[in-house]
Every structure is written in structure tokens, then in C-alpha cells.
Design a protein around this ligand. Sequence first.
Ligand SMILES: [Zn+2]
Length: 60
Amino acid sequence: MAGSGENWKKAKPSKYAIEDGKLVRNGEVCLQPGCGPGVFMAVHKDRKHCGRCGYSEKNE
Ligand SMILES: [Zn+2]
């Protein structure tokens, strides 16, 4: 029964954040054909990876 009412805080981090009333995307979208806006790439320390098409991009 630990943490009842607190579970929502452990949900996956949102890809969006609200700043100054505007919707701000925290994630990078995949711009490859077949993906596009709405398909987010997983951001790793030194690269981004799209779990949908498999595209990955190194960070500068
Ligand atoms: Zn993709």
C-alpha cells in the first residue's frame, strides 16, 4: 500500500512541458520518411534514435 496516490509521479516522463503557457517539446522528432512530427526520437547521451524507423543521429 506504499505510495498510494503517488503512482502518477512515476509515470514515464512527459515528452511535453508547459512553459509560460506554451507547449514545449522536450523530445526530438524524427524527420525521416514514414515518421515525422509526432514520432519522437529517444535521446541518448551522444545520439538520438528513432524507435520506429531505426534512424539514429549523432549529437554534435
Ligand atoms: Zn523515424
